[in-house]
Design a protein around this ligand. Structure first.
Ligand SMILES: [Zn+2]
Length: 446
């Protein structure tokens, strides 16, 4: 056994070396020297990982947990650190009225629209070190690699670091013109209103309109991000090409029964709201599973009243959520759920009503041409890819309203995110950054 595996390893090793040799010597590129150089450019894996660790030092609370929540001291310090790096890379960073950090690099042709890329560096309380930061640090890495190779793109480039992504994509909303006066008045996780928070990070809430980018201002926006789920890891794939960011709709579901004595009311005379709610939860699961696709549906909230051992539950309030890339599918699933609810109500002698919540987000599709460019770039680098949806919200979904957008996913170990256990390997991060780099160069030539 040992000998066989030794032979296998040796032959594999030899193959690897000779294959590499052929590739290295066999490049006969008819394209320009710059194009060939662009094809061979690789990001600096160590620099990316080191910067992930560096940034993680900002916004740590007294218990050692990550707390780089938007508008707090850690966020402000992390942003200052990041802007210093941008400055060193010649990006001359500026803060727009929404608090977004914008770094620009001139292209050869000033009349072309900029290719933009980036992400966010704020985090949820007790969050992880990769969500948003990977896309931000990799965006800067692209600039550094171009600088080191004296490569000027045709298009101007823009690194966009959005403010307060985790608090509801506030910075990108402002840039897309979707942040309302009402939204500015709302309290953020930091305790400050968004207006005060934006002020604290150098934005200008009184002139928020000035940060709006018009539709067509940008050639494209690209965001590299950790998957935050476990699909790529489970399927042993390296790169996810995001087809879109799911829409999310919430309903408050009220099951009205009748609270009565749990000892003296016979089983056939009850109007048990929790029993009905239980059947409803199972029905939601069955309906969502009954249709082909990647849709998800969840009952994540249950409030039972009055909530006692000896009282038949009289009222239950549930939180229902459905997510999918297609708004029509969300409506279809909800219609089916509603139909099942009617039956359950009749069966259990209860009443089930729905109140659609105002916070819904529409699905945002990424650009098909950009998807293909990402896929081609990844394949050319030898990576395995999958077209997939994003179940989590991102700044890209806001920017989709004003520019063609696309997202690149890399595996999240264990599918864990919004947790200190969030982790992606340095190799996967570099793979993603290389795909980002090559996609930008391809777009630049297109
Ligand atoms: Zn994120």
């Amino acid at each position: 056994m040992k000998r066989r595996s030794f032979i296998k390893n040796t032959s594999l090793g030899t193959l690897g070396i000779s294959a590499f040799g052929i590739t290295a010597f066999g490049i006969k590129d008819s394209n320009s020297k710059i194009f060939a150089l662009g094809n061979n450019l690789k990001v600096n894996k160590e620099r990316i990982e080191n910067r992930i660790f560096e940034l993680a030092k900002f916004g740590v609370d007294e218990k050692g947990r990550g707390y780089r929540v938007a508008y707090t001291k850690g966020d402000i310090e992390g942003r200052a650190w990041f802007m210093e790096l941008m400055k060193n890379a010649g990006l001359e960073p500026a803060i727009d009225a929404g608090g977004n950090i914008i770094g620009k690099r001139k292209g050869k042709n000033g009349s072309l629209k900029p290719i933009a890329f980036g992400s966010h560096i704020d985090m949820v309380p007790d969050g992880g070190n990769y969500d948003g930061t990977l896309g931000s640090i990799s965006a800067l890495e692209v600039i550094e690699i171009l600088n080191e190779n004296n490569l000027i793109t045709e298009h101007p480039l823009e690194v966009l670091i959005f403010a307060n992504e985790e608090g509801g994509t506030i910075g990108s909303m402002a840039m897309a013109g979707h942040l309302t006066a009402e939204g500015l008045r709302q309290k953020s996780q930091s305790g400050l209103t968004h207006a005060a928070g934006i002020q604290a990070i150098g934005g200008n809430p009184d002139n928020i309109q000035s940060c709006i980018r018009k539709k067509g201002d940008l050639k494209a926006f690209l965001e590299l991000h950790i998957e935050q789920g476990g699909i790529l890891e489970k399927e042993h794939l390296q790169i996810g090409v995001v087809e879109g960011i799911v829409g999310i709709v919430h309903w408050e579901v009220t099951v009205q029964g009748f609270a009565n004595h749990a000892g003296t009311t016979p089983m056939n005379m009850r109007k048990d709201a929790l029993l009905a709610a239980s059947k409803f939860i199972i029905a939601v699961n069955e309906v969502v599973n009954s249709v082909k696709g990647s849709q998800v549906g969840t009952v994540g909230k249950v409030d039972v009243q009055p909530g006692a051992y000896n009282v038949i539950p009289g009222k239950v309030v549930l939180g229902l959520e459905i997510r999918d890339l297609s708004g029509d599918k969300i409506e279809l699933l909800f219609a089916k759920i509603k139909k099942r609810a009617l039956n359950i109500a009749a069966q259990t002698k209860t009443n089930i009503s729905f109140e659609r919540q105002a916070n819904e987000s529409k699905p945002a599709l990424t650009n098909k041409v950009l998807q293909q460019t990402i896929n081609t770039s990844a394949k050319a680098l030898g990576f395995t890819t999958k077209f997939m949806q994003s179940g989590a919200g991102h700044d890209s979904q806001e920017i989709a309203a004003i520019a063609p957008v696309a997202m690149i996913f890399i595996p999240s170990v264990g599918g864990i995110s919004h947790s200190p256990k969030e982790f992606s390997t340095a190799t996967d991060m570099a793979n993603g950054a290389n795909v980002l780099l090559q996609t930008i160069l391809k777009l630049d030539k297109a």
